[in-house]
Design a protein around this ligand. Structure first.
Ligand code: LMR
Length: 398
């Protein structure tokens, strides 16, 4: 039965990591997958995570299943981080969170929830968006539309077209918005623009689904929640898919959450009863370890303060690399103005390199960049910067 198959296409992002691992060139550079690396090119385990993990292992008494919704203490910690404990949506009980295996797990459960509960709804994705969004919602059977987001000529947000697109979306559809550090462009709305987006979305009767995977990577934990909090207006509904892969460096522990914000506490709990059914048929219940680490850190003042510092250090290293990248490109003789890269936020730089240039960099120099031209700035180091920029200068001159 299997012999009739054609090869499946490689994944747009993780397929590049597979190719990178097969590449024998000792000078190879992986700037594809969104994983933080330190100055030595290593993805570190945060010190607060190490301390908390040891504590979890020492104190745990069972490996029995968690409930379908996961740990209640973890859910409370998630809501606290997203909205702040005193926020009306938390205090009223109209926000409820389910633990999920990473942001991707949360998105897939959200997709299944949308398909089951709103069978005629379409989901609107930004153009461009994270390569896996389309695959996830296609797999869930939710029809996909796109809305204008990025003005490639100005390397900036096309705000007028974005607002115009929202104003034409049918009520009852779902709009996926990136909470911060838009993936792949690194271009986010300003706080004022978020207010306008939130007003337009709610006025239109469109359900916002916020993909929030990079909280703390743009300006700080609170500042980066400005979009989420603009959407969380009295009486308004939303879904949030959040992830702790990046901000806690817990990539392979798969720690995320799906949060439902409804009009009332009862409506939120009713919606969560359906989310739980979708979880049950996906993976039954979530893995415990990573979420226990996050809960331990967020519930302990000293560990939480240490986490804030370690997160700030990651953010600031990425900022430094952005500046050095722009300078090193100029030093390598690149005439094109790349200064917009300094203003982009989060891990990624949307470089404007074409697919052909990206392919040439991979084939000639073993430099791995996503086909859209998205470069993981967090993979740059002082050591690989010269090689990288010289290679980019060569492809731009071709
Ligand atoms: C990325 O965009 O590179 C990350 O979110 C990792 C992934 O799963 O694609």
């Amino acid at each position: 039965m299997f012999e009739q198959f054609e090869w499946a296409p490689p994944d747009a992002i993780l397929g590049l990591t597979e190719a990178f691992l097969r590449d024998r060139n000792p000078a190879k550079i992986n700037l594809s997958v969104g994983v933080y690396r330190d100055e030595n090119g290593v993805t570190p385990i945060l010190d607060c995570v190490k301390t908390a993990a040891l504590r979890v292992v020492e104190q745990q008494t069972t490996k029995s299943y968690l409930g379908m919704q996961g740990s209640p203490a973890y859910a409370a910690a998630v809501l606290d981080l997203l909205f702040g404990r005193a926020h009306e949506v938390v205090a009223s009980g109209r926000a409820v969170a389910a633990q999920a295996p990473g942001g991707t797990g949360a998105l897939r459960v959200a997709g299944d929830f949308i398909k089951t509960m709103f069978p005629t709804a379409k989901i609107w994705l930004s153009d461009p968006t994270w390569a896996n969004h389309r695959g996830i919602f296609q797999a869930a059977g939710v029809p996909i539309e796109t809305y204008a987001y990025f003005d490639a000529k100005r390397s900036a947000l096309d705000f007028a077209s974005l607002l115009q697109a929202i104003e034409q979306m049918p009520a009852g559809d779902v709009i996926l918005l990136h909470g911060c550090c838009h993936n792949p462009t690194g271009v986010d709305p300003t706080p004022e623009q978020w207010e306008q987006i939130a007003a337009a979305v709610h006025q239109r009767g469109v359900l916002p689904l916020l993909d929030f995977a990079y909280q703390g990577f743009a300006e700080g934990l609170e500042q980066d929640a400005v979009g989420l909090r603009a959407l969380a207006k009295p009486g308004c509904e939303m879904l949030v898919c959040s992830s702790f892969s990046k901000n806690f460096g817990l990539y392979n522990e798969r720690v995320g959450a799906l949060t439902v914000v409804a009009e009332t506490k009862e409506a939120a709990e009713k919606a969560m009863s359906h989310v739980k059914l979708r979880i049950r048929t996906n993976y039954s219940n979530p893995p415990a370890h990573g979420a226990a680490i996050v809960t331990t850190i967020l519930e302990d003042d000293a560990l939480r303060a240490q986490w804030h510092q370690e997160l700030a250090a990651m953010r600031s290293r990425i900022g430094e690399m952005r500046g050095q990248f722009v300078e090193a490109l100029a030093a390598a003789g690149v005439a094109r103005d790349f200064s917009f890269i300094v203003a982009q936020r989060g891990m990624f730089s949307f470089s404007g390199l074409t697919k052909a240039q990206v392919d040439a960099l991979r084939e000639r120099d073993s430099i791995y960049i996503v086909g859209s031209g998205r470069i993981n700035v967090a993979g740059m180091t002082r050591e690989n910067m010269g090689t990288l920029c010289a290679a980019i200068a060569r492809v731009l001159a071709d």
